[in-house]
Design a protein around this ligand. Structure first.
Ligand SMILES: NC(=O)c1ccc[n+]([C@@H]2O[C@H](COP(=O)([O-])OP(=O)(O)OC[C@H]3O[C@@H](n4cnc5c(N)ncnc54)[C@H](OP(=O)(O)O)[C@@H]3O)[C@@H](O)[C@H]2O)c1
Length: 317
């Protein structure tokens, strides 16, 4: 299951509105014979991709156990149900990490497989598997996206970088910040930040998902953001959209398919979003030697499981 989790985590941020999912095939002796992941909405689910790999290598008949981070689907969406593909492949046992968090389908896939005589083992590495799909599960439960507010502070507690600079975090903190960006489906910023820094908002300190196009939501009630900046954002692979209302912005981003939203704004907009209560996680980078990264969760949002005390690296995998 850990191997499947690692494979899924590679694609975290690429699969919205679907969750990242990993799957591993084992033979009778317990050897891993194939590994796969769901890579993008509309492409094969992890289990279907795994079966395709095995079919292509002529080892379909060697699969004894299929291990998957999320319960196989039992419905026809953009792809046929994985439960039926697993049954057709003659697999003896299926090991599941997390059950489907969607209240309409919970138990569907596992129940169908059981009914077909397949041995089911549930809840293996459950905590990690649920953490992997936190934005997807939060949306399934609330209809809202998982909003992360990231802020950087200098030694005096100011968020404003020194004149002539756009950032003041250490290289390590920058990597963490860009990993958060890589995982995000949309970035929210304010007109103040755009006018001060004209930030690129691209993923640079780590490799980005190929072809990923994030929405760049800009809160700009007074229409101060110039067209030239919007064009620069488009040229950098972002899809800039101007909003004037925080609540509408966050709901609209979720409706457009964003599950993981990263707020990267100045103190004015960050404070407004925190005060609105519509945030789930806060990541505060405090400059120092070394920088300290503090992660906090909104106590008023039910994320469905306990990730208090979990560090940033565990959340990012
Ligand atoms: N350290 C960090 O983590 C960090 C990150 C980003 C930026 N910064 C720095 O922050 C500074 C800019 O900060 P800032 O506070 O001036 O800008 P900001 O927070 O990025 O943007 C402020 C603008 O957002 C809009 N806004 C704020 N609250 C809103 C609400 N409740 N509803 C709708 N729109 C709202 C307003 O636009 P309108 O005026 O059009 O109404 C407001 O002027 C820059 O120096 C930048 O370098 C630091």
């Amino acid at each position: 299951m850990r191997r499947a989790i690692v494979e899924a985590a590679v694609w975290a941020g690429a699969t919205a509105p679907n969750p990242p999912v990993g799957a591993v095939a084992l033979d009778k002796t317990g050897n891993v014979i194939a590994v796969a992941a769901h890579q993008r909405a509309g492409r094969a689910h992890a289990e279907a991709a795994l079966l395709d790999i095995c079919r292509a290598q002529n080892i379909l008949g060697d699969i004894d156990t299929l291990c998957v981070t999320l319960e196989p689907c039992n419905h026809t969406g953009r792809t046929p149900p994985c439960s039926e593909a697993i049954i057709a492949a003659g697999i003896r046992r299926v090991v599941i990490g997390a059950n489907d968090p969607n209240p309409h389908v919970a138990g569907g896939g596992a129940a169908r497989l059981r009914q077909a005589g397949i041995e089911i083992v549930e809840g293996v590495e459950n905590e990690l598997c649920r953490r992997l799909i936190a934005p997807f599960a939060f949306y399934a439960a609330t209809g809202r996206a998982f909003v992360v507010v990231k802020r950087a502070f200098d030694e005096t507690g100011s968020m404003i970088p020194p004149v002539g600079q756009k950032v003041f975090a250490s290289p390590e903190s920058l990597v963490a910040a860009h990993r958060l960006r890589r995982k995000a489906d949309a970035i929210v910023t304010g007109s103040g930040t755009v006018l001060a820094d004209a930030p690129l908002f691209t993923v640079r300190h780590v490799a980005d998902h190929a072809g990923k196009r994030r929405v760049l939501a800009i809160l700009d009630r007074r229409g101060r953001v110039p067209q030239s900046y919007l064009q620069q954002a488009r040229d950098s692979g972002l899809e800039p959209v101007i909003y004037t209302d925080i609540d509408f912005c966050l709901r609209n981003l979720a409706a457009r398919g964003a599950r993981d939203i990263l707020v990267e704004a100045g103190a004015c907009l960050c404070d407004a979003i925190l005060a609105s209560g519509q945030w789930v996680m806060r990541v505060d980078i405090h400059k120092g030697t070394p920088d300290r990264i503090h992660v906090a969760f909104n106590p008023n949002q039910n994320i469905g499981f306990d990730i208090r005390g979990v560090g940033l690296s565990e959340l990012l995998f």
